[in-house]
Structure formats: C-alpha cells, structure tokens
Design a protein around this ligand. Structure first.
Ligand SMILES: C[S@@+](CC[C@H](N)C(=O)[O-])C[C@H]1O[C@@H](n2cnc3c(N)ncnc32)[C@H](O)[C@@H]1O
Ligand SMILES: [Zn+2]
Length: 402
C-alpha cells in the first residue's frame, strides 16, 4: 500500500504514560490506517501498557539492566515509554522499515529528552534487523507488526539472548485465530481454530502453540509469562531458553480441544500426537468439534502479575490505570480457574432465558460448592468447576425467579 506524503497529514502531540509523542493525525480523526506516513494507534494503548509492565517484571526477575529491541517501532512511542517508565534499561535498538518513522522516532526522542546514546536507530526490514542483531544478547524483543507475526518469529529467535530472553509477540489477525477464517488459520498457524464460546482464549492458545513450534524447531523451550487478549489483538509474552530438555517438556502442554456444540461439554486431550481424538461427546453422545493443536499449559506467571499490579499502582498517571489493574486481576483468576469458561450471554441465548447478574451466578455456584472465576479473555465469560448442566440450572432458576 503506498504511503501518503507526510506533508498531506497534520501533526499533533499526544501524551501517553510519561511520554509526549508527535504523531500524524488520521484523516478526519478516523481510525489510523497503514496508509499514514507513520503509524500510531491510540487503541493499542493497552498493548503498550502491558509491554511496559511485563518488561519491568522481567527486569526484576533478571536483576540486571536489559537490552531491548523494538524492530517495528512506528512513532517510537514504545521506545519512549520503556525509557521513561521502566527502570533498569541499558539501551534500546529501535528500527522501522519506514524512513518517515525513523525521522519521527528521532523527533520523539528529542521531545522526551532521551539521550541519543541510549537508543540505536536503524531503518530496514525487521528480518534483516534480527539477523544483524544475531546473538547480540537482546533481552527483550517486541514484535509488533501489522497483522500476523508469523513471518518474523524465526529470525526473532536468533536475535534473542539464548540463556533466557523475553519475546513479546502481537497478532492483530484475530479473525483467523478466533475461527472466522479457519482455513487461513490452518495455513498461518498450523492449527484448527473454533468458533466456540471460548474462542478468544483458544485463539491465544493457538498463537502460543505456534510460537512454541517455531521455538522448538530451533532448540528453544518456552515459558509463557503473560497473555493479553483484547478486541483488536492478542499479545503473548514468553520467556525462551535454548534448551531441548525444556522444549521436550513443553510437548506435554500441547494438545487438542473437543467441544460439543449440542451440550457445550468440553474436554482436552494432551499430546501433539495423541493415540486417538474423541469424536463423540461423552455427555450427550453428539458429534464433537475438534480444535488444535493448542497450548494447554500455564499462560501466566503469578509473580509477574504481582509485580505488574504493584508497578501500575505506584506509577502516577499510568494511562487507563483502573482498567489495567482490572485486567491484571482477571488474569490472576484466569490462571487459577479451569482452562476454558462459559460465555454467559451465549449460554442464556441457547437456553432462551434472560441471565442474572454475574454476581448472582457466582453466589449460586458458591452455594453449591463450586469455585468460579472471571476471565480477562472476555468479560462475559465465567470459568467454573461446575458442569454446564449445573450452570444451566442456575441460569434457568434465576430466570423463573426474576
Ligand atoms: C503496528 S505498527 C507498530 C506500532 C508501534 N510498535 C507502536 O507501538 O505504536 C507496525 C510498524 O511496522 C512497520 N513495518 C511494517 N513492515 C515492516 C518490516 N517488514 N520491517 C520493519 N518494520 C516494518 C511499519 O512501518 C509500522 O510502523
Ligand atoms: Zn454433548
């Protein structure tokens, strides 16, 4: 897509976190497009908030200063926020294929009084950038492309510190991961998605599985630290380590999901190559839909979540602070609860009832001795140790009483 000439666009200064950033205004104040001379999307604020918080947690874990690479830096907003908001950053390598972005990053570094010797700039294809950074001990790499990160992952691994680097990977092709374009997902992520009531968590788990597969092919194992799923993107933060032992151990966390569209009974089978997959629902005998392979292991490191909440609370003027802390709290519950939850509105539609509040549902589950959890993947999902039958009974009873 040809870029418009920079002079066709007006500029403005926006505040994000501790940074002030010169950005191009989108036409008519509409949603930013790839056509803009330099891309800055305010709707990706939460993506950047989480990069800042996760990198701080990683820095705390490593206990030393970090070298970061931002290979698709755009306006440089993330670079500026890392430098201003994260303690323990040694230096940042900032790159973007667009020369206009390169110019704007310089302008934004000056605007934020960031010393030029702490940020090394370049303008080239990200894959070339990764190869030039080969074995240069990058502690954190933030892969933030338009669409799928798949074309960049292989080389990103080569640029990461072998003994334990952190990779942040954004995918904005959520339609693929969430099952709207199942065939495209098969090609891009080598996995079958599902348009199921837990599609967002499944999509994130398919992306983690794909990152793992690339990692393992290069002799790396992974340890997911945080996974953030929002309306327009999925972002995965995984620690990677050159270790065939870890890569083999990870295999136990790859598996398949069986979903019965008739009764919603869902089961998982562990193993990339299991002895057999289930075709028939153990609950109602109906035909089940199969999705996968997907990552079925942990997605969150609770120590990271704690550090992130702490950092966010202490940071004055952290953007969208309350929403960020709420997401972190729901992530903690995602971690504690079962793998997939129930989409309450969809279940109410299926049962043809009008649902009670989430508070009432959770109280009723507790009365019957079942644990329940909220999910950051979807505010309309409840995870519970109860079966779909018990949950359905609660929804029906509440409907009669209301
Ligand atoms: C989604 S934007 C990144 C936004 C930025 N990370 C932020 O947080 O605002 C994607 C960026 O990647 C750049 N880009 C696209 N293809 C690239 C490639 N092959 N190599 C390097 N940069 C690329 C674009 O110019 C654009 O600035
Ligand atoms: Zn069934």
């Amino acid at each position: 897509m040809p870029h418009a000439h920079p002079s066709d666009y007006a500029k403005k200064v926006v505040h994000e976190g501790r940074a002030r950033i010169v950005v191009y205004e989108s036409e008519g104040g509409s949603v930013p497009t790839k056509k803009m001379p330099v891309f800055y999307n305010p709707r990706m604020l939460m993506n950047r908030n989480f990069s800042v918080l996760v990198v701080q947690a990683f820095q705390k874990e490593m206990g030393r200063s970090l070298i970061i690479s931002d290979p698709m830096a755009g306006s440089g907003v993330r670079v500026a926020r890392f430098m201003l908001e994260v303690s323990g950053i040694d230096s940042i390598y900032a790159n973007d294929i667009s020369p206009a972005a390169y110019q704007q990053i310089i302008q934004n570094l000056v605007l934020n009084s960031i010393p030029s010797d702490r940020v090394k700039l370049s303008t080239m294809d990200a894959n070339l950038f990764f190869l030039q950074r080969h074995q240069k001990k990058n502690d954190y790499i933030d892969v933030d492309p338009f669409g799928s990160p798949a074309p960049f992952l292989f080389n990103a691994f080569h640029a990461l510190r072998m003994t334990g680097g952190l990779l942040g990977v954004t995918a904005t092709d959520t339609a693929l991961l969430h099952g709207a374009h199942a065939k495209a997902c098969l090609l891009k992520y080598a996995a079958k998605p599902l348009h199921a009531p837990f599609l967002k968590e499944l999509g994130a788990r398919i992306l983690v599985q794909y990152i793992y597969t690339v990692a393992a092919s290069l002799g790396y194992g992974i340890e997911p630290k945080v996974v953030l799923s929002q309306a327009h993107f999925v972002k995965v933060f995984v620690k990677v380590k050159r270790s065939k032992t870890l890569a083999l151990k990870n295999l136990a966390d790859i598996g398949w999901v069986h979903f019965c569209p008739q009764c919603w009974h869902t089961t998982i089978t562990r193993g990339k190559f299991p002895d057999g997959l289930i075709n028939c629902c153990a609950h109602c005998g109906g035909e089940v839909q199969i999705a996968g392979p997907a990552w079925l292991g942990n997605l969150f490191d609770t120590k990271y979540l704690e550090t992130m909440v702490d950092k966010c609370q202490r940071e004055e003027d952290f953007p969208n602070k309350d929403a960020t802390i709420r997401i972190l709290e729901f992530m903690r519950q995602d971690h504690e609860g079962p793998i997939f939850g129930f989409h309450i509105h969809q279940l109410c539609d299926k049962l043809n009832v009008s649902g009670p509040s989430f508070e009432i549902i959770q109280k009723e589950l507790a009365k019957r001795g079942f644990a329940s959890f909220r999910s950051h993947f979807d505010p309309l999902v409840i995870k519970t140790t109860a079966s779909v039958d018990i949950l359905s009974e609660i929804l029906r009873q509440a409907n009669v009483q209301s």
